[in-house]
Write a protein of this length. Structure first.
Length: 766
């Protein structure tokens, strides 16, 4: 158990009063009737023509300075209409206003009913604003202000509310005309309206009144708790910055009291004590330079189910009200996801595991009730089992400098989306903000390169891009050439990778100085070429094709290394291969036609002499480079390209054409009788009967009556030998009979082969 989590939980436990100095949200708008004297009915969303009429019927909004009431467009630029000239009503509006007022007591931490009194209707035109100010008490029992922004088309005009060093920036504009944005705050809070940059902002302003009079309520204040939290987090951050492990977790998790759906996961939508705790933590985290996020916590458990001990005896048997109960747990996962930053943005992404020692208070998970629980009866060799799922919202924080360490807990599924977000934010920013994002992205890239997964199997041959391509694409967008070169050396060219990554690799190489690329490519050919030769050959072929003649010659070293790594002789395993053990040699990849086609394309373009050696090598390895399986399909891929007629490929073309012509020259006629090939892999008594049947020119069918094991054996022999025989089982009588009938399958295959050979000769012959 960590003292950090216990201390943090102790401080948060004292934050029990719900509410904050402000509350904001969205409410459904049921079409109201809005009438203004001198203008008439107002349509919503507000039309520009009616906005002009409202401005003509209104007066400039003043502001107070001490005992004075002043009008100064440098301080406040908006129009106001007094409440006696505004009538808003209808059953729909009453329901809307009541739904807003019902949310305010808990949100503001007020324990008595709240009523609202319309103060004025305000119109902000483009350029309108109101500098920071405090509201004065305008009615008995007034303690706060409610602002409701009616549907209209505008941009800007955010409301900023400040209290005791904390600030909330609230965008109350709603795109849906069936919704209104609202904000309520204590009257002594400094607040301002930022300039409206486009359109018209139409708002209703209400005085909030508390029934019963007395001393007005004050905003919940947790300055003492905030200070203690900040000191605790600052000390934690300092310890985590030390290279010595102090035993504290990298992150801390506090589960919230209320239930929230994914759509409700937002700092602005937290309820009651959760909102108060989040507000105090946010202020302390900012002071201590810690990151704070909202996340969804998902706990999944499974294990062995046991029969319950309680039940009743009915109708001759025991009936159990709860037949099973959870026993030993065998598997458990605790994952955080669906991240939200205090500004509402999903900056974090992916799934990050949570550990038991990270929860504040400790052992929090022990007291949770599952959201779902399922029991499964025993089946076959499997005993009874259970599955349980818990879902909770949680606040998660960590020192800002430990952000990458936390991200790394989720692996590439967390770090890659975060780097993508940084990359996009960098593209959308400028100046100092962009420079800071570039620096953060560079640091994260370095962290990811150092921690890149080691599993070679992940990067085995494949045509689809892997995470390597995704990472390279981001580094190219960031124009981080230092990270690109480090990533190529440390990850791409040091391990297996996919052929599908080559497009990204080529784009990355193009960002580097021309003199450094050949050396990097040689790194690839020294080791991973033996583990993923097709990917290496494809890369070399594509580079040799797109690079101009004056650069192509620099690939000669890489071309020689590729030639030395061509499969075919286990003793020629590259020194960079994983091991020269029998198992490692067995795992060397098989040969595909594309490997030969790409290798010859690259070698012929770079150095024809190397291509000649490659042709001689593959022709000398017929068991590895079969004519029909490898060489002929490779030449089909090259047909129509200039490389096909290269002199270096002449011996290969001649060998394949000679093979085709010899096969076409063989006589092709259907069998003259019923004799079929009778060479079999088995010489048991039953298979000898099969052989005699196959060798008999006058017999078309043979019935083999035998037990199932003997029939199956004969069937397997027919399959292995590829006999020209159709089979069926006659299930009349005992034992069953295997009926074998000769066919012309081999002849049919030769007819198809002849047609294909003629096509290939037409394609490949000079």
């Amino acid at each position: 158990m960590s003292a950090l989590t216990a201390d943090l939980a102790s401080i948060l436990a004292s934050v029990r009063r719900p509410g904050d100095f402000f509350v904001a949200g969205t409410a459904e708008l049921r079409m109201p009737s809005l009438l203004v004297d001198g203008v008439g009915p107002i349509a919503l969303p507000l039309l520009p023509a009616q906005a002009a009429q409202l401005a003509a019927a209104a007066e400039p909004a003043p502001y107070g300075r001490g005992e004075e009431t002043l009008v100064d467009p440098a301080v406040r630029r908006s129009w106001q209409i007094a409440p006696q000239h505004v009538r808003i009503g209808g059953r729909g509006w009453t329901a809307t206003l009541d739904s807003i007022l019902a949310r305010l007591p808990e949100g503001l931490g007020v324990d008595k009913p709240i009523s609202a009194e319309l103060h004025k209707l305000l119109l902000y035109e483009t350029g309108g604003f109101f500098v920071g100010h405090r509201d004065t008490e305008k009615a008995a029992g007034m303690f706060g202000t409610l602002v409701i922004v009616l549907p209209s088309h505008f941009a800007g005009g955010e409301l900023i509310v400040r209290n005791k060093g904390r600030e909330a920036r609230l965008d109350l504009h709603r795109d849906d005309p069936a919704e209104v944005g609202f904000a309520a705050f204590y009257a002594d809070c400094v607040h301002e309206v930022l300039p409206v940059t486009d359109g018209h902002r139409l708002t209703l302003v209400y005085n909030l009144l508390r029934a019963g009079g007395g001393k007005p309520p004050e905003p919940p204040g947790y300055e003492r708790e905030q200070g203690r939290l900040a000191s605790l987090l600052e000390a934690w951050s300092a310890r985590k910055a030390s290279p010595v492990d102090d035993g504290t977790p990298d992150k801390v998790i506090h589960i919230l009291e209320h239930a929230y759906t994914q759509a409700e996961l937002d700092f602005a939508k937290l309820k009651g004590v959760d909102a108060a705790v989040a507000g105090v933590l946010a202020a302390a985290a900012a002071q201590a330079q810690c990151d704070l996020h909202l996340a969804l916590l998902a706990v999944e458990e499974s294990g062995i189910a046991e029969y319950a001990d309680t039940g009743s005896y009915r109708r001759g048997r025991w009936d159990y009200e709860d037949e099973f109960e959870a026993g030993e747990m065998t598997d458990r996962s605790v994952i955080l996801s669906q991240w939200r930053a205090p500004d509402g943005s999903p900056r974090m992404a992916g799934e990050i595991p949570a550990e038991d020692d990270e929860f504040a208070p400790p052992n929090t998970l022990d007291d949770l009730d599952p959201d779902e629980e399922h029991f499964h009866e025993a089946t076959g060799n499997e005993g009874a089992s259970y599955e349980r799922t818990y879902r909770r919202a949680a606040l998660v924080l960590w020192p800002a400098h430990a952000r990458f360490a936390v991200l790394a807990q989720g692996g590439l599924k967390a770090t890659l989306p975060y780097l993508e977000d940084l990359t996009q934010r960098r593209a959308d920013s400028a100046g100092a903000e962009q420079a800071a994002l570039v620096a953060e992205a560079h640091d994260l890239a370095g962290y990811m390169i150092a921690a890149w997964p080691q599993a070679d199997w992940y990067y085995a041959e494949g045509t689809q891009p892997s995470d390597i391509a995704r990472m390279l694409g981001l580094l190219v967008r960031l124009r981080d050439t230092d990270a690109i070169e480090r990533f190529l050396r440390a990850v791409v060219f040091a391990r297996r990778r996919r052929q599908g990554d080559n497009t990204a690799i080529i784009a990355a190489l193009e960002t580097l100085p021309p003199e450094s690329a050949p050396t990097l490519i040689e790194h690839l050919m020294r080791g991973p070429a033996a583990a993923a030769p097709a990917a290496a050959a494809n890369l070399l072929a594509r580079l040799a094709t797109v690079w101009p003649d004056d650069r192509r010659g620099s690939l000669a070293g890489a071309a020689s290394l590729l030639l030395a790594a061509l499969p075919g002789d286990p003793a020629r395993a590259s020194p960079g291969d994983r091991a020269h053990t029998p198992r490692a040699l067995e795992e060397r990849p098989g040969v595909e036609p594309g490997l030969v086609a790409d290798a010859l394309t690259g070698l012929a373009a770079i150095d024809p002499a190397l291509a000649e050696r490659a042709v001689a090598y593959v022709l000398a390895k017929p068991r590895t480079y079969g004519v029909d399986a490898i060489l002929l399909p490779a030449l089909r891929q090259l047909a129509g390209h200039a490389i096909f007629h290269a002199p270096a490929l002449g011996p290969l073309r001649d060998a394949v054409l000679a093979h085709l012509r010899a096969r076409v020259a063989e006589p092709l006629a259907p069998p003259a009788d019923w004799r079929r090939a009778s060479k079999l892999p088995c010489h048991c008594a039953h298979c000898q009967q099969l052989a005699r049947f196959l060798d008999d020119p006058g017999t078309k069918a043979w019935v083999f009556k035998a037990a199932e094991a003997d029939r199956s054996h004969v069937l397997e022999t027919i399959r292995k030998a590829g006999c020209d025989v159709d089979t069926r089982t006659d299930r009349q009588g005992r034992p069953y009979k295997l009926v074998c009938t000769k066919n012309q399958a081999s002849y049919g295959m030769r007819v198809e082969q002849r047609a294909q050979d003629l096509k290939d000769l037409e394609l490949l012959a000079p």
